[in-house]
Structures are given as structure tokens and as C-alpha cells.
Design a protein around this ligand. Structure first.
Ligand SMILES: Nc1ncnc2c1ncn2[C@@H]1O[C@H](COP(=O)(O)OP(=O)(O)OP(=O)(O)O)[C@@H](O)[C@H]1O
Ligand SMILES: [Mg+2]
Length: 1137
């Protein structure tokens, strides 16, 4: 919620001087002092802001402050320059009213600072964006540039603006700045050549020498030492708190931001350097033949350097310092200049050079900052102009300045009154005439075209003949003598003849702000502002772009014999323009006041402030403002502020606010003369009334505060109490629960304990009993076991005893027998040894005898005997070895031991054959008749097919099973089986090849001892039964197929239908069996079996050739039969590759 505040809150003194009671100069100053002591540097007079220079930085210009004052009403917060800036900006933006902010005050009062604060506030609150920010930056950065060239240290202000400045900031319809225009007024150019004691020349000279790089200085032919330049006063060249070098960098940077080109900056610096050089040119007199002195340049070095800098021919400039050419109509008169005239010319050139440079800078800045679009802009003008000046010694400048302030005061009064009056009309309040001092008469004294002081001055300047400042004063004494605001010792009416405060060479004007005494000395010169034409022409001839531009009157092609307008005239003209400009705008005033002369913080010099209050016309200001009604406030904030003073309006008033205020005022019984109701505001005549309202409000607020406090405290205590109560209930409940829970747990654990003890006790009792019982049982068992053990052991012992006895007997017996046997063995061994010995001895003896006997025959027989013995031994060994290593009895076992000796080769092979035949015989002898028959069949199959038919090898391993259909067992063939009265030798499934298309039809093939039968595969019905004797031959192919043709004898019973072409998987078996059986059946040995790949088959009447060809290899081995034509059936057999 936004908190509505008011200027009246927490006021120190009064924030608005219109509320001052009583209104006297003392109370006014006291209020200022009081506020100043409390750091309240701003005070209002209605909408005018009085600003006291704090001479120290206060924390009241922060971004937070900007936000605080942003979009707030003027009287809502304590007085601040931001409030004025905000009011002006919002009324410009929202109500499309052009604004001007007039900042006045004496030197050092803070005008320039105030103008910067206003500009920075507006920059902070207006729109943002790249373009807008650039414009803002350029506008703000124009300040340091102008300050460097236009400000100087004076005794009153270290950064005193030595020119008047008015800046129009232009805004678009959104309130974003789009550009600006700066006007400058009357630069104090005399400062260039001479500065009063304790003051300095313009900052730029010092900044250049301190801050420029060595290289730049070399280019500019300058020396860093200030003392080398006559135009730079030395006594206060260095100013405390001013860093010239840093400021130089700031200025260069600012110039760059504003948009100066590098060569422009360079030209500007060259001009500054030229002015310094110019100051160093000195002259010496040179006597001429005509007795007059003529000036000559003393040391030409500086002149040379200056000419080099500006591209001027040295001789031209040198001549311009020595001669002066006066042109009148067609005549040209050249006169020599003496030394003092040369110095005058030099200084005039320096002043002109500098002031024109300054004006050029302003123009150049304007070029950069001017708004791009041509549409109408809203304008906010900021006027930072020198304030009223009253010195001991006042000259032409003060006169001009004070004239300007006089004009400003005039429009101030005009506009303030007009505003006041407008408000009264707007609010429908009766206008009471206000008595005030109108200074129009003083303005008239100065600016009147016929007899105004400025007009007199111009007239005197233009008048031929001897004219001096004194002749000018004389003229004033005549013309203005009767004017009530003009005073002069020698005025015609002799009113001031005895006034010794008025010197003879002075005149005094009673300005609205006080009397000022002007010394006329220099008025004429300064007004003339004369620059010899030779100099301007010399400047024009310079080979320097900027210089040429600055002295256009030097162009010989445009020689103008008319005198240039005087300074006074120019100033009057520009002030007139300014005033007209200001009058079209809504004015906002900032009156700057300087608290002391020491530039020191916290010092408030009464007399100084009193003086300023007087000449700024602040008291006048308050009086005007208070003339009718001192204070006014819109109904809404008024009701909001005082509604608590009346029961009907507190806390809320439902009706229109004006009625609310009326009810409120009636209830408070405020006298009706004290206020008036406007359309949107209430007007209060006396501040007293307002303060009494404020007093009541304060009292009421205290009561309200106490009430609020009371209610709040009550509420707080009650809330606290209720909270405590609720907490207590919760705590109690929890506690009870806890206590019960604890008790329950205790009881439960006690119960469990008791229970467990009792259960334990019972259990132990039972255990004891059980244990006892068990022990009893175990004891009985143990006793029994022991008893039985004892018995058993006893028996065992007995038996062992018995056995031991028996064993002992047998051992003894055995021992005895052993002993006997060993004795016998020993005896027998002994006897055998004896016998052997006898035999050996006998043999030896015999051998000896034989050897003796046959010694003579030995040689003839021994060899043969030994040979036969050895042979016998070898054969014996061979046969025994063969016996041991005989191979397996399997007829197919191929192994045979290797022969040990070559001479046994034949015997060994023979023995192998014998052994093989023998084992085959053994193997055969194990065969049954059926098995024998099978082998015979296999043998026969081999005879028939081996190496003749490719199908044969695959059939060798397959046993001939005969009945493949299990015909007797399978109920499906029961009928067929029963129809056969002979034993079925072979039953198989065959394909009967259809002679028409070569396709096969499944048939059961049965072979009995005398017939072969073909029956239906499904029904078992006999399709053909052929006696074997009718079978003439069988034809098969050489290939890996199962096709066979059964050819019948011609004329036989079965041959009527023709031969059979069949195929079977068991072809080898079928044909072998057919041949064996057929042979026995017909009792002849031959049933021809024709094996060839092409044979003829008789089908009924036709003979068809069956031809076997090799087809492509296939996965399955099914050969396919196709009828090729009437005479050819082709069987394609897949190759087995
Ligand atoms: N609001 C302020 N806060 C702090 N210091 C201030 C303020 N206003 C002014 N000053 C101080 O006072 C000095 C003089 O102020 P300023 O230059 O604005 O005076 P001025 O009125 O423009 O004088 P002149 O007429 O000589 O140009 C400043 O340099 C600054 O030190
Ligand atoms: Mg200033």
C-alpha cells in the first residue's frame, strides 16, 4: 500500500516559507539556518525552491532518492530539487507544457550544480534505449567541455561559470530526450588577458599544460611550466581539489562523446596555445622621425611560433601590431601604433580569439546535439545565469549582469502573479489585488531605446569626436537625472551633490535587489569591444581552417565599413530573445543561496544570507505568494490528512471529497474568513489556521496511536492468552497421555514379570519332574544296561577264556605240528640235497664218462644236434609267442602278429590263412538256418548286382527284412493276409508305373513261394497275382534308381495285361528274392536279370522302350518317369555327384 505522506510530516522549521509565522526577514533567515543546520538545504516558497549550497556532498542525490521522488506530488515529500525537476518533467511529458527552469543566485551559490542535478534527474527518469542514451550522454557531456572553456577559479567559486548559459532540452511526445540547443551569454573575456588577484584564467589553459602529453605539447610548441606564460596568473595556478590533468582527460573524452572530430580537437587546442603565445609577445618602442614612438615586437620567437601554429604569415601579423588602417568611404588612412596601443591590440586579439573560439564551441556542440527530426518538440529550458552582483567596484560586466537579473525578476514577478491569478480563476476564488514592487521601471531605465543607459552608451560610442567614459557619465547625468532609480553625484537635478558615498566617476542604480554603484571607467571600451581591422584581416589570411572561420569580417571581399554592434547592444538583444523565449514556457525557479564566503560546509553567515535573501527578492516572493491565501491543498490529500479530526469523516468518508472537507471544516469550527473552497482545492488564508489543524492532527494522531496501541496490545495479549490456553490443553493432554502410557507400560512390564516368574516357576517344576522321571527311566535303562553288560562281559570273559583255552590247545598243537613239519622238511631238504648232490655228482660223472667216451665223435654230430636243438627252441618260442598273441576271432579282424624270423615267412602266411579260415568256420558254425539264408541272399545279391548297378552299394548295409508291412500283424491287411494261402516271403510297398503318363500308383507287393501279387494299397484287394513260372525276366537300370520291369512270358495267363513296370526302395532285396524264389519255383536256375539303361517293356499290345537318363542332382533321390511318346518312357535319375 502506498503511504501518503506530506511536506508537513517531520518538518524542520517550515518546509514552505509561505507557512512561516510571523513572516519577517529574521524569522525567514532563522528558518533557513535551522533547516541548514539539519542538512535540509532545500526550502520551498510555494513552488519556488530555495537551495542552500552545502559545500559538501550530502547523501540526498542517490539513485534511491531519484526513485523516491519519481512520480510523487510536489508537496508530498520534504523539499528537494528532484521534486521540482519531477514536477517540471511530468508536466512537460503529460500535459505537453514547455518548461523552463530558472536558476539564479550569486557566484558560488550552486547554480551550475543545481542545473546538473536537474539534468541528471531528468536523464534518470526519462526513457531508455540506445539512441536515447546517446542523446542523454551527449547532453550531459557538453557540460565538462563548456566548463573547461567557460569556467575559472574566482575568489568566490573555484569553478565559477564565466558565461551565462541557457540550454533547451528537447523531448519527443513520449518524453524521451531527442536533442538540445545551448545559448551562451557574455563570456567574461577580459579574464583571458588579466585575472584579479587570487583568481585564475579559464580552466582549459591549466588543464592543457598539466594534462596533455609531451608529444602534444611539443606539437603545440608549449612548455608545461605555467610561469612561462604572461596570461596565466601564478598566485593561484593550483587549486585545492582540482586535478587539472585528470580534468583534461575528462574534457577530451567528453569532446569525443559529444562528437568532435580529432582534427577539430587539435585545432581548438592550437587556438588555446596561440592565445598563450600571444600573451608572451612583447613590444618595445622605436622612435620615428616624426617624433612619435612606434611599437616593435621585442622577441620574435613567440610571434613566430604563434604564426606557425595558426599558419599566419609572420610579417602580416607583425605589421598589424605596428599599424592601424582606418577606412572611411574610399579613403584608407594608416597610422602607427605606439607600445600601449600595440598591447591593447594584442589583448583585444587574444580576447576575441578566445571568446570567438568559445562561441564556436557552443555552435559546434549544438550541431552535434541538435534534434534530428524536424517535428515539434517539447522543450525544457535550463537557465544557469550569473546572479545579481554587488561588488565594491562594479564595472560594465556587473551592469550587464544586473540588467539581466532585473529582467529575470521582472518575468518572475509577472509569471508568478500570472500563475497565482490563473490558479484563482481556475479554482473560482475571488482575486484580491496584490501589492508588489514592479521593477519594470528599472528595466526601462537601462534598456529604453531613447534614453536608456545602454542606448546612451551606444550613442556615445558611435559619436564622432572625443568620447570618454566621463562624457558618457555626463550624458547620463543629463538624460537620466530625473529617474527615481538613477543616482549620480553630478546629476542635473543636484539631488546627490552632497552624497559622499557616490564618487564622481560613478553612478548608482537602485535595483530591485539593492543599490549598486557602477564605476564608468572602461564602459566605453568594453561596449565597443574593438578589434583593429588589420588584426582581423591578418587572422582571416591564416592558413588555418578554424581561425578563418572565426574572423569572417577579415575577408577583404566583404569589407563592412559599418561598425560592428556593441557588446551592450548584443547583450540587450540576446536578453530580449531569452525573455521572450522564457515567457512562452512554464517557469520553475531555483533560487540558490550561498551560506558563507569561505566555501566551507556548516557555516551560516547571517549577514551574507540576509543580503542574498534581499536581492533575490525572496521576501517579496513569499509576500506575493501569501497575498491571498497562504496555503492551498487539493481536497483529497486534505481530507486524507485531517479526516481523523471529525467523527463523520473518520475513518472513511463515503461522499465526494469536497463535501468531506466542508463537513470537516464545519465540525472544526474554523472561521469562514480563514479559508475558501476552490474547485479542486481548499485555500487557507493564514498559516496559523493550517498549523492549528496540524496541531489538532498531531494530538489526534497521538490519541489514535494510543488507541491503536491499546487495541493492538489487547489483541496481542488475548491472542497470547488464547495461544497459551490452547497450548496448556495440548500440553495437559499430552502429559496425561504420557503419564497413562508410562503407568500402563509399568503395569504391563510388572505383569509380564510376575507372569514370567510364575511361568518360570511352573516350568521349572515340570522340568524338575520330567527330569526326575527321565532320570528314573535312564537309571533303569542304565542299570539294565549295566546288568546286561555285566552279564555279557561275564559271558564274554567265559567265552574268551574258553576260546583262549581252545586256541592255546590249537596253537600248541600247531606249534607242535609245525615243529614236527619243520623237522620233517629239514630232514627232507637235507635228503633231497643229498639226493641231488648224488644225481649231480652222478651226472657229472656220467658226463665225464660220456665226454671221455664220445670225445672222438663229438665234432661230427655236435653241430647238427646243436642246430636242431636251437631250431627246436626257436620254433617252440615262435609258437608259444603266436599262441599268446593270437588276434580276435572276428572274421573281419585284420590284424596278425608280425613274423619274428624271415625263414618263417611262408609258414607265417600259411598260418594266418589257416587261422582266418578256422575262425570263419568257427563263426559260420554259430549261424542259424534263417541267418544263413539271409547271408546267402546277400551273397546272391552281390553276385547279381555288384559293380553292375549303382544302387547296390547302398543296400549292402541294410538287412533284408522281407516283411516291411508286417502283413500278418497289421489288421489293415488282415483280409489280404487271409487270402494268401502261402507264407509271404516279402511284403513291401511299390509304385506301379502307369504306362500312359509315367506316374506311379502305390501297390502292395507280395512274394510267396509260387506267386507274386500286386494288391491295392488301401483296400488290400488283389489286383494281380502272377505265378512265378510266368515270369520271364527282370530288367533294371545300371543307375541309382528303384525301377524294375517284370517281364512275363508270352502266352502265359498273366501276360494278357502286359509286363509290370514297378519301382521300389528295396529293389535289390525284391529282385534277389524273386530270383531265389523264382529259381526254386520253376526249378530252373535261370531267371534272366537284364541290367541296362534301355530296355523294352510289353504293355498290352505295345512295346515301349524305357530309357534311363542322368538328371540334375537333387536333394531327394526320387527318379521321375515321364512318357515321352508312344514308344518311349524316360526315367530321369538324379546324379549322385
Ligand atoms: N548541491 C551541492 N552539493 C554539494 N556541493 C555543492 C552543491 N552545490 C554547489 N556546491 C559546491 O559549491 C561550488 C560552487 O557551485 P556552482 O559552481 O554551482 O556555483 P555557481 O552558482 O554556478 O557559481 P558561478 O555563478 O560562479 O558559476 C561547487 O563547486 C560545489 O563545490
Ligand atoms: Mg556556475
Amino acid at each position: 500500500m502506498e503511504v501518503k505522506t506530506s511536506l508537513l510530516d517531520n518538518m524542520i522549521g517550515v518546509g514552505d516559507m509561505v507557512l512561516l509565522e510571523p513572516l519577517t526577514e529574521d524569522s525567514f533567515i532563522e528558518n533557513l539556518r535551522n533547516r541548514f543546520d539539519h542538512n535540509e538545504i532545500y526550502t520551498y516558497i510555494g513552488s519556488v525552491v530555495i537551495s542552500m549550497n552545502p559545500y559538501r556532498s550530502l547523501p540526498i542525490f542517490t539513485p534511491e532518492k531519484v526513485e523516491e521522488y519519481r512520480n510523487r506530488n510536489f508537496y508530498e515529500l520534504s523539499p528537494h530539487i528532484y521534486a521540482l525537476a519531477d514536477e517540471a518533467y511530468r508536466s512537460l511529458r503529460d500535459q505537453d507544457k514547455d518548461q523552463c527552469i530558472l536558476i539564479t543566485g550569486e557566484s558560488g551559490a550552486g547554480k551550475t550544480e543545481a542545473s546538473k542535478l536537474v539534468m541528471s534527474y531528468v536523464a534518470a527518469v526519462c526513457g531508455k534505449g540506445q539512441e536515447v542514451n546517446k542523446v542523454k550522454e551527449q547532453l550531459l557531456q557538453s557540460n565538462p567541455v563548456l566548463e573547461a572553456f567557460g569556467n575559472a577559479k574566482t575568489v568566490r567559486n573555484d569553478n565559477s561559470s564565466r558565461f551565462g548559459k541557457y540550454m533547451d532540452i528537447e523531448f519527443d511526445f513520449k518524453g524521451d530526450p531527442v536533442g538540445g540547443v545551448i545559448s551562451n551569454y557574455l563570456l567574461e573575456k577580459s579574464r583571458v588577458v588579466k585575472q584579479p588577484r587570487g583568481e585564475r584564467n579559464f580552466h582549459i589553459f591549466y588543464q592543457l599544460l598539466s594534462g596533455a602529453s609531451d608529444d602534444t605539447l611539443r606539437k603545440l610548441k608549449l612548455d608545461r611550466d605555467f610561469s612561462k606564460y604572461n596570461y596565466l596568473s601564478l598566485d593561484s595556478a593550483n587549486v585545492n581539489g582540482l586535478d587539472d590533468a585528470a580534468n583534461f582527460r575528462t574534457v577530451r573524452n567528453a569532446m569525443q562523446i559529444v562528437g568532435f572530430m580529432e582534427d577539430e580537437v587539435q585545432s581548438v587546442l592550437e587556438l588555446v596555445a596561440a592565445v598563450l603565445k600571444l600573451g608572451n609577445i612583447e613590444f618595445k618602442p622605436e622612435s620615428r622621425s616624426n617624433g612619435y614612438d612606434e611599437s616593435r615586437v621585442k622577441d620574435k620567437n613567440d610571434l613566430k611560433e604563434m604564426c606557425e601554429l595558426l599558419g599566419i604569415e609572420q610579417s602580416v601579423l607583425e605589421r598589424a601590431f605596428s599599424y592601424r588602417t582606418v577606412e572611411a568611404k574610399l579613403e584608407k588612412v594608416s597610422t602607427t601604433l605606439n607600445v600601449s596601443q600595440a598591447y591593447y591590440a594584442r589583448d583585444a586579439l587574444a580576447k576575441n580569439l578566445y571568446s570567438r573560439l568559445f562561441s564556436w564551441l557552443v555552435t559546434r556542440i549544438n550541431e552535434s546535439i541538435k534534434a534530428q527530426s524536424k517535428t515539434r518538440h517539447k522543450v525544457m529550458g535550463v537557465l544557469d545565469i550569473y546572479g545579481f552582483e554587488i561588488f565594491e567596484d562594479n564595472s560594465f560586466e556587473q551592469f550587464i549582469i544586473n540588467y539581466c537579473n532585473e529582467k529575470l525578476q521582472q518575468i518572475f514577478i509577472e509569471l508568478t502573479l500570472r500563475e497565482e491569478q490563473e490558479e484563482y480563476i481556475r479554482e473560482d476564488i475571488e482575486w484580491t489585488n496584490i501589492e508588489y514592487f514592479n521593477n519594470a521601471v528599472i528595466c526601462d531605465l537601462i534598456e529604453n531605446n531613447q534614453n536608456g543607459i545602454l542606448a546612451m552608451l551606444d550613442e556615445e560610442c558611435l559619436r564622432p569626436g572625443t568620447v570618454t567614459d566621463i562624457t558618457f557619465l555626463d550624458k547620463l547625468n543629463t538624460v537620466c537625472a530625473e529617474h527615481q532609480h538613477f543616482e549620480s553625484r553630478l546629476s542635473k537635478n543636484s539631488k546627490f551633490l552632497t552624497d559622499h558615498s557616490l564618487p564622481h566617476s560613478c553612478f548608482r542604480i537602485q535595483h530591485y535587489a539593492g543599490k549598486v554603484l557602477y564605476r564608468v571607467e572602461g564602459f566605453m571600451d568594453k561596449n565597443n569591444d574593438l578589434l583593429y581591422r588589420d588584426l582581423s584581416q591578418a587572422m582571416y589570411k591564416a592558413n588555418h581552417k578554424l581561425i578563418k572561420q572565426l574572423f569572417p569580417e577579415g575577408n577583404p571581399a566583404k569589407v563592412n565599413l559599418k561598425r560592428p554592434p556593441t557588446a551592450g547592444f548584443q547583450f540587450k538583444h540576446s536578453v530580449g530573445t531569452l525573455m521572450r523565449n522564457l515567457q512562452t514556457k512554464n517557469p520553475n525557479y531555483i533560487r540558490c543561496v550561498k551560506p558563507n564566503d569561505k566555501k566551507a560546509p556548516r557555516i551560516f553567515t547571517d549577514s551574507l544570507v540576509r543580503h542574498q535573501v534581499a536581492y533575490l527578492g525572496l521576501m517579496e516572493n513569499v509576500r506575493v505568494r501569501r497575498a491571498g491565501y497562504a496555503y492551498r491543498q487539493a481536497y483529497e490529500p486534505c481530507l486524507e490528512r485531517y479526516k481523523m479530526l471529525c467523527k463523520q469523516t473518520w475513518p472513511h468518508w463515503k461522499g465526494p471529497t469536497r463535501e468531506g472537507v466542508e463537513v470537516l471544516m464545519a465540525d472544526l469550527q474554523v472561521s469562514t474568513e480563514e479559508f475558501a473552497y476552490g474547485n479542486s482545492k481548499i485555500f487557507i488564508r493564514n498559516p496559523r489556521t493550517l498549523f492549528s489543524l496540524e496541531e489538532k492532527r498531531r494530538g489526534c494522531l497521538e490519541n489514535l496511536a494510543a488507541l491503536i496501541q491499546k487495541i493492538y496490545r489487547g489483541w496481542k495479549c488475548r491472542t497470547h492468552f488464547l495461544l497459551l490456553k490452547r497450548s496448556q490443553v495440548v500440553v495437559a493432554a499430552w502429559y496425561r497421555r504420557y503419564a497413562q502410557q508410562k503407568k500402563y507400560t509399568q503395569i504391563k512390564s510388572a505383569t509380564i514379570m510376575v507372569q514370567s516368574y510364575s511361568r518360570g516357576w511352573k516350568a521349572r517344576k515340570i522340568l524338575r519332574e520330567l527330569k526326575h522321571q527321565k532320570r528314573c527311566e535312564e537309571a533303569a535303562t542304565t542299570i539294565a544296561a549295566y546288568w546286561h553288560g555285566t552279564q555279557a562281559r561275564r559271558e564274554l570273559r567265559r567265552l574268551k577264556e574258553e576260546a583262549r583255552n581252545k586256541h592255546a590247545v590249537s596253537v600248541i598243537w600247531a606249534g607242535w605240528q609245525g615243529t614236527k613239519a619243520r623237522r620233517e622238511l629239514k630232514r627232507l631238504k637235507k635228503e633231497a640235497r643229498r639226493r641231488h648232490a648224488v644225481a649231480v655228482i652222478w651226472a657229472y660223472w656220467l658226463g665225464l664218462k660220456v665226454r671221455r667216451e664220445y670225445r672222438k665223435f663229438f665234432r661230427a654230430n655236435a653241430g647238427r644236434k646243436i642246430y636242431s636243438f636251437i631250431m627246436q627252441r626257436l620254433m617252440q618260442k615262435y609258437f608259444l609267442g603266436l599262441k599268446r598273441d593270437l588276434p580276435s576271432m572276428s572274421p573281419i579282424g585284420g590284424s596278425w602278429p608280425t613274423r619274428p624270423y624271415r625263414f618263417l615267412d611262408t609258414a607265417h602266411t600259411e598260418l594266418r590263412s589257416i587261422f582266418h579260415h578256422w575262425r570263419c568256420k568257427k563263426y559260420r558254425s554259430r549261424f542259424t538256418d534263417e541267418r544263413k539264408a539271409v547271408f546267402e541272399e546277400k551273397l546272391q545279391a552281390s553276385e547279381i548286382f555288384k559293380d553292375k548297378k549303382a544302387l547296390y552299394p547302398s543296400s549292402v548295409g541294410q538287412p533284408f527284412r522281407g516283411d516291411y508291412l508286417e502283413i500278418s500283424k497289421n489288421p489293415k491287411y488282415q483280409k489280404l493276409s487271409s487270402a494268401m494261402d502261402e507264407k509271404v516271403l516279402l511284403a513291401d510297398m511299390v509304385n506301379k508305373i502307369n504306362r500312359a503318363n509315367g506316374k506311379g500308383t502305390a501297390r502292395i507287393f507280395l512274394l510267396t513261394k509260387n506267386n507274386f501279387v500286386l494288391a491295392d494299397q488301401k483296400t488290400g484287394q488283389v489286383k494281380a497275382s502272377v505265378p512265378l513260372p510266368d515270369l520271364a525276366s527282370i530288367s533294371v537300370s545300371t543307375q541309382n534308381d528303384g525301377f524294375f520291369a517284370l517281364k512275363l512270358k508270352e502266352g502265359s495267363a498273366g501276360a494278357t495285361k502286359g509286363d509290370f513296370l514297378l519301382s521300389s526302395e528295396h529293389l535289390i532285396e525284391i529282385i534277389t528274392k524273386l530270383r531265389r524264389t523264382g529259381a526254386t519255383a520253376v526249378n530252373h536256375n535261370h531267371l534272366d536279370i537284364d541290367i541296362s539303361d534301355e530296355f523294352l517293356v510289353q504293355f498290352k499290345q505295345d512295346k515301349v522302350c524305357v530309357k534311363f537318363v542322368q538328371g540334375a542332382p537333387k536333394n531327394g533321390n526320387g527318379a521321375s518317369c515321364k512318357r515321352k511318346n508312344n514308344r518311349l518312357l524316360e526315367v530321369s535319375v538324379p546324379s549322385t555327384a
